[in-house]
Design a protein around this ligand. Structure first.
Ligand SMILES: N[C@@H](CCC(=O)N[C@@H](CS)C(=O)NCC(=O)O)C(=O)O
Length: 209
């Protein structure tokens, strides 16, 4: 087995890190990356990570020449150009922009979900800003509605950047926000997610219980 040449700042609870891990599994590159555990939140930063990523966010990927890549979209793009199989990010044409837009929609679900998580887990309950929380949850609901109405066939067509990103966003909703009961109004998305959750890359990267 080859020695890893890159280091990934990693936490199994992060949906953004999960995207990177799923892509590494799907493209056969797992053994190229060593994982460096990072425990952090916006109020409890990881000093080692801050040296490599001034934004203090994971994932960050240190390459063998010392260069550091962030954020997850940049890392996915880089890693997708490092394997010989079919690209998981279309290189050009309208498919590229459509698949990246679906991926951005999924990232937006993660962004809103992570912000809600921080507000609920890190701030005292009497300081919770309900109107802001509702605004974030509305973003999640609108994005899920669009995926259900417009994107199921596209998601089912390949397990690429779009599908990986949506899968990781839904996995995070299950992990941190089961109260949202996202399956209730999105039966097609739920059926798609049930199926792709069985992929080895998804099973191996499930968030901790
Ligand atoms: N847009 C970034 C988001 C990364 C992100 O927010 N990661 C969270 C963990 S899930 C984090 O590092 N939070 C620490 C902080 O915000 O200070 C990406 O796609 O990589």
């Amino acid at each position: 087995m080859s020695t890893p040449s890159m280091t990934l700042f990693h936490n199994p609870a992060s949906p953004y890190v999960r995207k990177v891990m799923v892509l590494l599994h799907e493209t056969g590159q797992l053994n190229r990356v060593a994982l460096q555990a990072s425990q952090l939140s916006p109020v409890a930063p990881d000093a080692a990570l801050n040296q490599d990523n001034p934004l203090g966010k994971i994932p960050a990927l240190r390459l063998d020449n010392g260069q550091v890549l962030y954020d997850s979209r940049v890392i996915l793009d880089y890693l997708d150009q490092q394997h010989v199989g079919n690209p998981l990010i279309p290189r050009d044409g309208s498919a590229r922009w459509r698949r990246l837009t679906l991926a951005a929609l999924a990232d937006g679900i993660m962004d809103a979900s992570v912000l809600v998580r921080y507000e609920l887990a890190l701030r005292a309950p009497e300081k919770h800003w309900e109107q802001w929380l509702d605004g974030q949850r509305d973003k999640i609901r609108r994005a899920l509605a669009v995926l259900e109405a417009e994107a199921i066939a596209e998601l089912a067509s390949h397990f690429d950047i779009a599908a990986i990103s949506v899968a990781c966003a839904l996995g995070y909703l299950d992990f941190r926000h089961p109260d949202l009961e996202w399956r209730q109004d999105h039966p097609q998305l739920a059926a798609w997610y049930f199926e792709i959750s069985q992929r080895p890359s998804m099973l191996a990267t499930r968030p901790p219980v």
